[in-house]
Design a protein around this ligand. Structure first.
Ligand code: HEM
Length: 373
């Protein structure tokens, strides 16, 4: 078994596995628009029209709403809306502009201080995933396009508990770059999180537009960690993913941790939760996992140290024949895992976005370290 804490870059000097996370209060995103949706954008012009329309709708609702105790988030969203409306008139962002947004997010990831394991990367990646993973290929609804987690009740869905932390962090970036749509911002956050935590390049392109409350997705579209293989296939199959892709996506659990006050589960999956490696798969096969005896939901712990955890949906990757074959190949070879992870995360972040909305072919944005070289 390899314990990778020492592999974390010096820049990210935070002590790994710092222990119990600080309790995070759940806050809600108030509704801030009731307008009808913009016409389907088919070009850059449409895209910015859509963005402006949403921005104005948001501002209008904010100004005329009878509810006066607007949440901090709503205020900044409304301010961002005004700026976005101004900005969209004569500004067409280029790859360089998106690299600037990436850089600001990348810097923010390291400003976590005492939060969790010293990086905001995992929770920001989770926001990008949960905003994309609502996609239903048959109904052609959900996905990253409309960033509907800004609205209730989606912001309050049980699966999204704790993601207010990531949304509030992303607001700090949004006010600096008011022209970017929330869907682009959140998925770019996911890309920055993966790349800055030493993962592979994730090709990404701009083009998502902000949606409306009416685009909010129903509860129950994200996976339930207490279930098994059939559930995983049904949930991820609905998004258009096969067995190999399910296993590759699950490797994101090399990062971050579960929080008792969010999902009810507790603890990290690996010893290096702010560095992406294939340790998640290695640990699944190399450690002995036993059911944790506690009052919380059913989860496994490693027999040796009792400091790591696996969800029932993680453990099933070692029990199901088809999943196991892929998981073993990732345990044996990090390069293969990185190649597949890059492709599947790029696909995940584009779910629900009509191809015509994309302004270009995918880009590979540079990490902060690469730009220093
Ligand atoms: C296979 C089905 C999945 C299930 C059942 C699942 C479930 C969970 C649960 C219960 C948590 C703990 C949340 C908390 O208490 O804060 C979590 C965290 C996390 N998940 Fe998943 N997840 C799945 C797939 C994914 C995918 C596809 C990704 C990304 C590509 C992902 C990325 C993460 C990350 C980075 C965290 C850590 C968040 C943090 O540290 O705040 N998960 N997941």
């Amino acid at each position: 078994m390899s314990f990778n804490a020492l592999r974390a870059p010096a820049r990210r000097a935070a002590v790994q596995l710092r222990g119990v996370p600080k309790s995070q209060l759940r806050s809600s995103f108030r509704r801030y628009t009731t307008e009808t949706p913009p016409p389907k954008a088919s070009s850059n012009a449409g895209l910015y029209f859509g963005l402006g329309a949403v921005a104005l709708g948001g501002v209008g609702y904010y100004l005329f709403s009878s509810e006066s105790n607007a949440a901090k988030e709503t205020v900044s969203a409304a301010k961002g809306g005004i700026q976005a409306a101004k900005a969209k008139a004569n500004f067409v962002p280029t790859q360089e502009d998106y690299q600037k947004v990436y850089n600001k997010i990348a810097e923010l990831l390291d400003e976590a201080g005492e939060y969790d394991d010293g990086s905001y990367g995992p929770v920001i990646l989770r926001l990008a995933w949960h905003s994309s993973g609502t996609y239903d290929k048959d109904a052609n609804t959900g996905g990253s396009n409309y960033a509907t987690m800004r609205f209730q009740p989606e912001s309050l869905h049980g699966a999204n508990a704790g993601l207010n932390v990531a949304r509030e962090l992303m607001e700090k970036i949004k006010v600096q770059f008011p022209w970017i749509s929330y869907g682009d911002l959140w998925t770019l956050g996911g890309v920055a999180a993966v790349q800055e935590m030493q993962g592979p390049r994730v090709p990404w392109r701009a083009g998502r537009v902000d949606g409306f409350e009416q685009h909010v997705t129903p509860d129950g579209r994200l996976p339930d960690a207490s279930q098994g293989g059939d559930h995983l296939r049904s949930i991820f199959g609905r998004m258009g993913f096969n067995d190999q892709e399910i296993v590759a996506l699950s490797g994101a659990h090399a990062l971050g941790r579960c929080h008792k006050d969010r999902s009810g589960f507790d603890g990290p999956w690996t010893f290096s939760p702010t560095t992406l490696t294939n340790d998640y798969y290695k640990l699944l096969f190399e450690e002995k996992w036993t059911w944790k005896k506690w009052a919380g939901p059913k989860q496994l712990e490693d027999k040796k140290t009792k400091t790591l955890m696996m969800l029932p949906t993680d453990y099933v990757l070692t029990q199901d024949k088809s999943f196991k074959k892929v998981a073993k190949s990732y345990a044996d070879n990090q390069e293969i895992f990185f190649k597949d992870f890059s492709a599947v995360v790029a696909k995940l972040f584009e779910l629900g976005v009509p191809t015509a909305q994309f302004a270009s072919d995918p880009w590979e944005l540079k990490t902060l370290d690469e730009q220093k070289e």
